[in-house]
Design a protein around this ligand. Structure first.
Ligand SMILES: O=P(O)(O)OC[C@@]1(O)O[C@H](CO)[C@@H](O)[C@@H]1O
Ligand SMILES: [Mn+2]
Length: 441
């Protein structure tokens, strides 16, 4: 049997991966350097001269990284001791082992894009932890916060919708509840348009009320398994014994507006009793510019709670309560910031894999998670999703993702070709989305 297809890579000149490594990654590094510059006086106020020296050091490490990338130098091992350093360096050796002798060493414009892109964010983190006393500085924090503040109007609309819905949710019939479930799912899907790494850190936020656009956006859902999600969860609800649990896990993606949409979905799952417990997974270190860390998660709930809009603040109060009472649990695991595809999880992080196996359903938010689900490979568009998962199936799972990378599976024959002919950048512009489900085996 033939092995899986080749990885996406910047070695394919002109591909999205190539353009991303060539243009977008250096741009993100330049922005990161600029952010450090702008915080100079803050570092001085906090730490005196030591703060200034640290800022200089972090900037020089990031400039060096940018130079390595732009001149296509070999990928070097990580040096600073951290929980995952050894795993990263082993993975680098593994990448080396995949190369022919004529290829030389793993490099930015040669190796799999997924690997080099994750590596860049891990090196950004290394530059920061090598620069105490500013070693806890989140270089992307202000961008994430800005996205939240700029999306206020849409956040108010979402929180108002949720609070009004909660009042009458007990009175809804099956069909009405299903329609509301589909609405919050779509809100969470389109929330994924708002990531900051695709835009190279340029502001993109949700300025208009997303609720009004759901109908117009429906034609852009290329794979729509929402019905299957409903069947699974409504069945859990019907057959659940009194004290037993239905757990939905959400592997989070971006903070800011997208996180609010995911929390709205999670709240709906509890209020509708489709689930009784939610586990969220976030990132341990700043990642792909806008990804959610524990700090972002807590910060957003606190911001909502202190809002002067009563519905928004009610959401903050309720969500804090979900966390306090353990109906919502935030977890992180180092695996989410490793370069491995998810089919390696049972080997690399068996504890995480075992934890996911206890979920009734797992949502994977966003594009990067889709790339890791499918191994970021050049699959034919019609390959079944289950096949592209290459054995990864801890529990029934669903990707909720807008398309921002050149990988998509599970389409109808001809569907991909037709889109390519009419819209050359359909795979990467974030305009299309999927609810792609891999159900119980
Ligand atoms: O996972 P997310 O936030 O939806 O998207 C992450 C992303 O912007 O980063 C990569 C490019 O840097 C792309 O795969 C993808 O578009
Ligand atoms: Mn992201």
């Amino acid at each position: 049997m033939a092995g899986p297809p080749a990885s996406l890579s910047a070695r394919d000149v002109g591909s999205f991966a190539y353009l991303s490594v060539k243009d977008r990654s250096p741009q993100i590094l330049t922005k990161a350097i600029d952010t450090l510059h702008r915080h100079k006086s803050e570092f001085f106020e906090k730490h005196g001269e030591k703060g200034l020296e640290a800022e200089k050091k972090a900037i020089s490490l990031l400039s060096k990284l940018r130079n390595e990338l732009q001149t296509d130098k070999p990928i070097v091992p990580l040096v600073e001791k951290f929980v995952d350093t050894d795993i990263w360096n082993q993975y680098l050796e593994y990448q080396q082992s995949l190369l022919n002798e004529s290829d030389g060493k793993p490099r930015w414009f040669l190796s799999p894009w997924l690997f080099v892109e994750c590596y860049m964010y891990r090196r950004i983190h290394e530059a920061i932890i090598q620069s105490p006393p500013i070693d806890d500085f989140d270089i992307f924090k202000e961008l994430k916060d800005q996205n939240f503040f700029e999306s206020q109007e849409s956040i108010i609309a979402l929180c108002t919708h949720l609070q009004e819905l909660r009042k009458t949710i007990e009175d809804l019939d099956e069909n009405q509840l299903k329609n509301e479930f589909f609405k919050v799912l779509q809100i969470s899907l389109w929330g994924n348009k708002c990531d900051l790494s695709l835009s190279g850190g340029e502001h993109i936020s949700q300025k208009t009320n997303i609720m009004n656009s759901l109908e117009d956006l429906k034609p852009f859902i290329l794979v729509n398994d929402m019905d299957r999600l409903w069947s699974l969860l409504s069945n859990c609800k019907k057959t659940r014994e009194k004290e037993s649990v239905t757990r939905v896990d959400i592997v989070l993606d971006n903070s800011g507006f997208e996180l609010i949409t995911d929390l709205v979905l999670a709240d709906f799952l509890l209020s509708s009793k489709l689930a009784t417990k939610i586990h969220f997974y976030g990132k341990t270190i700043p990642w792909f510019v806008s990804d959610t860390t524990l700090h972002d998660f807590n910060w957003i709930i606190k911001q909502l709670k202190h809002s002067n809009n009563k519905w928004v603040s009610q959401c903050g109060v309720d969500w804090e309560d979900h966390v306090k009472t353990g109906r919502w649990v935030y977890l992180d695991h180092i695996f989410w910031t490793l370069p491995h595809e998810f089919s390696a999880m049972s080997q690399v992080a068996p504890d995480l894999h075992a934890a996911l196996q206890k979920a009734h359903l797992i949502f994977f938010k966003g594009d990067l998670n889709y790339r890791k689900l499918t191994g970021d490979r050049r699959w034919e568009f019609t390959v079944p999703f289950h096949e592209a998962l290459s054995g990864f199936h801890p529990a029934p799972l669903c990707s909720i993702r807008t398309l921002k990378a050149e990988v998509q599976v599970g389409l109808q024959p001809g569907q991909g070709e037709q889109l390519t002919a009419s819209e050359p950048n359909w795979l990467t512009a974030g305009k299309y989305g999927v609810f792609q489900f891999d159900g119980p085996l």
